[in-house]
Design a protein around this ligand. Sequence first.
Ligand SMILES: CCCCC/C=C\C/C=C\CCC/C=C/C(=O)SCCNC(=O)CCNC(=O)[C@H](O)C(C)(C)COP(=O)(O)OP(=O)(O)OC[C@H]1O[C@@H](n2cnc3c(N)ncnc32)[C@H](O)[C@@H]1OP(=O)(O)O
Length: 306
Amino acid sequence: MAVLLNGLRLVSSGNLSLHGIKSLQYKSTRILCQLPCKSSYQGRPFSNKNMTVELDNNTGVAVIQMKKPPVNSLSLEFLTEFAINMEKLEMDRECRGVVLTSSNPKIFSAGLDINEMYGKTPEHSGEFWRAVQEMWLKLYGSNMVTIAAINGSSPAGGCLMALACDYRIMADNPKYAIGLNETKLGIVAPFWFKDSMINVIGRRATEHSLQLGLMYSASNALKIGLVDQLVAQDKIMTHALSVMSEWLAIPDHARQITKSMMRKPTLDRLLTNRESDIQNFVNFISKDSIQKSLQLYLEMLKQRKS
Ligand SMILES: CCCCC/C=C\C/C=C\CCC/C=C/C(=O)SCCNC(=O)CCNC(=O)[C@H](O)C(C)(C)COP(=O)(O)OP(=O)(O)OC[C@H]1O[C@@H](n2cnc3c(N)ncnc32)[C@H](O)[C@@H]1OP(=O)(O)O
């Protein structure tokens, strides 16, 4: 009951994966309906290269809009910027929820930047993989409500980002596809990609999906539960914000403890195997056969255009 009294709410501080469920503290918040209606939106944009981040102080909701041309591929620079922004929002007492979306009207994210995995030194590959892990740990372990507004195609690492959120809304367009297609590139989705998918669609559907590297149309993604809802493209942000307000109506502490309870084993599995996972990635990606597969895939992507 103390939750919304006297402008106080109970929240867990920091990141689920870092602080677990015990570190609870009170922090002040503003209650939406009691705010003077000076303006309906008071955004506070952070300046960024690969994404814009706008926090609405009235609602406590931040929108991260990915804007790395041409297809929001997840480069080392992108991933680093993303993790810093998530950290900033996590620490910001005003922020309770994040909507993740794209400024590209057709592509949510093309997944990991293949150029970061092709022809690179083991040192670079290790640094890159640590940044991929960090992105996932920050998103999957966030205390905030996270909603993916998937307004375009979202293969592999793009799908992983969506899977790491609490709720997925996809634009209802038969041209858009989402899935973990790694095997199609001759590579393997690591255990925490697999775990993220199992936790959303179940074991059998994940095995089928991963072995065949399946990409699902929006309507098929809805059928298997890979996304929660389909919405017309032009309504996706309004809808995401409306769903967010439903989630934010739940007292933070209860929702956060529940989220932690559900996600902690999955997070811990990577946290305890982080270094070996990096080593596995570096060994795997450095193999001549894997480099050849990536080279052919990059060439295929370029040829598709001509
Ligand atoms: C014991 C065993 C242990 C095993 C496990 C250990 C380790 C695990 C090892 C590896 C794990 C790696 C996990 C990988 C995850 C990934 O995310 S891999 C990336 C997968 N992504 C894709 O397959 C997407 C490919 N792209 C597309 O399908 C399309 O580009 C599109 C996103 C649908 C957009 O289509 P369209 O709008 O038509 O744009 P274009 O195809 O013309 O592309 C524009 C330019 O963008 C370049 N590009 C596209 N995707 C990427 C990308 N992912 N990375 C880098 N660049 C990309 C494309 O080449 C075009 O470039 P140019 O303009 O021609 O220069």
